[in-house]
Ligand binder design. Structure first.
Ligand SMILES: Nc1ncnc2c1ncn2[C@@H]1O[C@H](COP(=O)(O)OP(=O)(O)O)[C@@H](O)[C@H]1O
Ligand SMILES: [Mg+2]
Length: 326
């Protein structure tokens, strides 16, 4: 349903220069599927989400295709995109307070999300909003309908945002670090809620996170992004059992759970390269434990087990990824 094909995004910065925030990403999210998009800060995850939502910084250049249920979103006018947002695709971001109007009742905001896209009466919208608030676990939703956001905790606010995002049964939900601001037990509750709701409705989810534990808990597939590119993707089971890209391995090794006994948390040395001037060849080469001569050239993208793919010279004996029919 969501097919991202060779998407590139350049964002203008000062001095007539550009940041290549996304450098040729191909990725899909199927119906009812949750795909975890991981990578360090600054790797282009949010910009890729923005490219799908039609919400890029002004002056940005976008190339490639973003197909939603076969329809190319790139050609849409601002007005058409506004209609698609909240109806066919929806966004849940890190800070629920930023998504809610502080001066309006939470229930009215969910009802408005429905009425913006459907020709239904106030009363019906209110009833559906109460139902949605119940579905996301707001206790006594009929009574809480009229409360303003500040009467809700962070976790409860994020539940309201999720209710509004799912109000019109979107095909795809982009969830950008939806639980990062919440405490750990609430995080798990919200993620499982998100999973239950979307699996039931068939909504596909692109779950952006820097937390591999989150991916292990709720995702079907994982895509690992480094310096604007997806370096490895596959099923969660395959990639966690046997990460093929040295960056994926380094990320997995740096997760706290893997090293709780030694108390020594390995970090990945070095930094994500400056994307105003991305390095030629493999972008991870400067930090890679297994770098060798060939890494000065762009790595081949090859097919791995279970329909996965990896972009790394260590695996160039695997079959190249077939050209996608589009
Ligand atoms: N509005 C913007 N103006 C300039 N550069 C930006 C802007 N948004 C993102 N970038 C740059 O694009 C790159 C990717 O950023 P982002 O998509 O936010 O990464 P992530 O979500 O993975 O942390 C970074 O180098 C970041 O500095
Ligand atoms: Mg981000």
């Amino acid at each position: 349903m969501l097919q991202i094909d060779d998407v590139r995004v350049r964002i203008p910065v000062t001095g007539g220069r550009w940041v290549e925030a996304v450098g040729g990403v191909t990725l899909s999210v199927g119906s009812g599927e949750i795909v975890g998009l991981v990578g360090e800060s600054g790797c282009g995850k949010s910009t890729l989400g923005g490219a799908v939502m039609g919400l890029l910084p002004s002056g940005s250049q976008l190339s490639g295709q973003v197909l939603l249920d076969g329809r190319d979103l790139r050609g849409l006018t601002a007005e058409e995109y506004r209609r698609v947002r909240g109806n066919d695709i929806a966004l849940v971001s890190q800070d629920p307070s930023a998504s809610l109007d502080p001066t309006f009742a939470v229930g009215a905001q969910v009802a408005e999300a429905i009425r913006n896209h459907r020709d239904i009466g106030r009363r019906e919208a209110r009833e559906r909003a109460v139902e949605l608030l119940r579905a996301v676990g707001i206790p006594d939703p009929g009574a809480r309908y009229s409360d303003p956001p500040h009467r809700f905790s962070g976790g409860m606010k994020q539940r309201v945002v999720i209710a509004a995002a799912l109000a019109n049964d979107p095909s795809v939900l982009i969830a950008d670090e939806p639980t990062t601001a919440l405490d750990v037990t609430i995080q798990a509750q919200i993620l499982h809620l998100l999973r239950d709701l979307t699996v039931r409705t068939g909504t596909g989810v692109l779950l952006i996170t820097h937390d591999l534990g989150v991916v292990a808990q709720v995702c079907d597939r994982i895509a690992v992004m480094y310096a604007g590119q997806v370096v490895e993707q596959g099923t969660v089971r395959d990639v966690f059992a046997d990460p093929l890209h040295p960056y994926t391995r380094a990320l997995l090794d740096s997760q706290p759970a893997a090293h709780h006994q030694s108390g020594d948390l390995p970090v990945i040395l070095g930094q994500v390269p400056d994307l105003t001037d991305p390095p030629a060849g493999c972008r991870f080469a400067a930090r890679c434990a297994r770098v060798h001569d060939r890494c000065t050239a762009a790595p081949p993208v090859v097919e791995t087990r279970g329909g996965g793919r990896v972009a790394c010279w260590l695996h160039d004996a695997l079959p190249p990824v077939a050209q996608e029919a589009s």
